[in-house]
Every structure is written in structure tokens, then in C-alpha cells.
Write a protein that binds this ligand. Structure first.
Ligand SMILES: [Zn+2]
Ligand SMILES: [Zn+2]
Length: 280
């Protein structure tokens, strides 16, 4: 599969000269299978550029939402295939204990927040609530479980026929409630089963250690925790992303250099940059 980062920023789109290298668009990752299946992981503002890469031959797109915080759905109304009647768009995402996925999405895709209602979009839209066990989407087997983050939130494990494993955990605080992380086995750690032995792990790294101390319970990880989580799960390649809006390119260069020098990971680490692509 080919995995492309279209949005690497957390919480708020942060365009500007000081973020041009790592990127300012919010969470969105594109996945293309060997047989042409298209998966879209979250629909942050990066999804608009992803849509521009989908030609008229694409007739089905599956959007896998981890949760409905604004930075993960803001691009949805600007996803061009939703306006094509010849395209089937499947949207996967969590319901809440009170509202269905459709009701939750309609809160954004309706006036006054957005001029068009979900039901008025011309594409053929099907909604699926997660987590729902393992499902096959084209050549991919997709599983999801609830993970530690405020509100119903899942992570995804995507296995391509043939064995490559991608794990996507953009908003994730597995260290919550621990005095030192990791303190439990991976089976008892949030997201551990999703990320076990992943070929590519795309994971939350919003904060540095000092910032994390002031944001415990906000649902995010420090870069050091992200590295520890990848080691615990024996991931082969970590892509830390969901960068804090306050971190400039120069800040991120420094944070990655320092954290990697301390952790000395035995696996590959590639800081998440908008536009980066990985073949796994
Ligand atoms: Zn987020
Ligand atoms: Zn979130």
C-alpha cells in the first residue's frame, strides 16, 4: 500500500511560513491499495488536496474517521467526491452514547456551520458506526477499537492482503493514569493491540515532555511517549504527527533531534511532514 500524509497538524489548521515544511493542514492520510482501493483516514483540512488526486475512474472511497473533533472533520464538506453522483462514499466513525454517527455528522454538515446538509450531497453516502469488529474493504482488512482520548475515539489497524500493517492513532494518550510510561504490557495499554508489530505506525506526538505535564488528560502524547509506545508495540517504523499548532518548523526540528537522541529507538522514525509518502 501507498500511504500519503495530507494533513499533519493537530487541533487547528496552522498555515504560514513558519509551518511550511511540516505542514499546516489538519489530520488526513491517504491510503491506496495495490488493487486501487482508496481509504481516507480522517477528513481534516488536508482532505481537499487528497481529493484532487482522485480521478474520474475512482467510484468508491472509504473515509475512516477516528472521532468527530473539528480538526478531523473540517475538510469533509470540501471533499470533492461527495459532490459526484457516480461515487459511493462510505463514512466510518463512532457514534456516541446519545447520538448516531449521522446525527453527530449533521451537527457540522448543516446550517449555520455549513450551507449544505448531509442528505443534500449528491454522492451515494453510506454511514457505518465503529468499532464494529473486522471488516474487509477491497484488499484491506480493517479493525478499530476505542482508545484513550476525550469522547468516543477509535484507532485503526489496516492490513493489506499479503500482510503489510498500517496503524493510525492520531489522537491518543496511552500514558493517561500511569506514573511512568509504559508501565503495563502492550495488551493492557490503550491502542496496544492495534499497533502490535505494525510496519508503519502513524501516532500522536503533540507535545514535548514539559508541555505534556500541563496537558494531562487532554488526550494527546508527548513525542517521548510516542517513541515509547512504538517500542512497546514493536512497530518497525514510526511517523509522529498531529503537531501542536504552536510548534514551528524550527521547534519541530529541535524536538525530534532531542527526543531521538535520548530514546535511541531501534526502529525507523520519520517525522510527519505534509506530502510525505511511504510504500509498505
Ligand atoms: Zn486531533
Ligand atoms: Zn481529538
Amino acid at each position: 500500500m501507498r500511504v500519503t500524509l495530507w494533513g499533519t497538524r493537530g487541533s487547528l489548521a496552522t498555515p504560514g511560513p513558519e509551518t511550511s515544511r511540516y505542514g499546516g493542514n489538519t489530520s488526513c492520510v491517504g491510503v491506496r491499495g495495490r488493487e486501487g482501493t482508496v481509504l481516507v483516514l480522517d477528513a481534516g483540512t488536508g482532505v481537499r488536496r487528497l481529493a484532487a488526486t482522485l480521478d474520474a475512474k475512482v467510484k468508491r472511497v472509504d473515509i475512516l474517521l477516528t472521532h468527530l473533533h473539528m480538526d478531523h472533520i473540517q475538510g469533509l464538506g470540501f471533499f470533492a467526491p461527495l459532490y459526484r453522483p457516480d461515487v459511493a462514499v462510505h463514512i466510518w466513525g463512532p457514534a456516541s452514547s446519545k447520538l448516531t454517527l449521522r446525527e453527530r455528522l449533521m451537527r457540522y454538515l448543516s446550517p449555520p456551520l455549513f450551507p449544505v446538509c448531509l442528505r443534500e450531497l449528491p454522492s451515494e453516502i453510506t454511514l457505518h458506526e465503529v468499532p464494529c469488529g473486522e471488516v474487509d474493504i477491497g484488499e484491506f482488512r480493517v479493525s478499530s477499537t476505542l482508545v484513550c482520548h476525550p469522547g468516543p475515539t477509535v484507532g485503526y489497524r489496516i492490513v493489506e492482503a499479503g500482510g503489510s500493517v498500517l496503524t493510525y492513532l492520531p489522537d491518543h494518550e496511552p500514558a493517561l493514569g500511569t506514573l511512568s510510561f509504559p508501565s503495563l504490557s502492550r495488551a493492557w495499554t490503550s491502542g496496544g493491540a492495534l499497533a502490535a508489530d505494525a510496519d508503519l505506525l502513524i501516532h500522536d506526538s503533540q507535545y514535548d515532555a514539559h508541555e505534556y505535564a500541563g496537558h494531562i488528560g487532554w488526550g494527546h502524547s508527548s513525542l517521548a511517549q510516542s517513541l515509547s509506545f512504538a517500542a512497546l508495540c514493536e512497530a518497525k517504523h514510526l511517523v509522529p504527527f498531529h503537531h501542536d499548532p504552536n510548534h514551528t518548523d524550527a521547534d519541530l526540528d529541535r524536538l525530534f533531534d532531542e527526543a531521538i537522541a535520548v530514546a535511541k529507538p531501534a526502529f525507523r522514525v520519520t517525522p510527519g511532514r505534509e506530502g510525505a509518502a511511504f510504500e509498505i
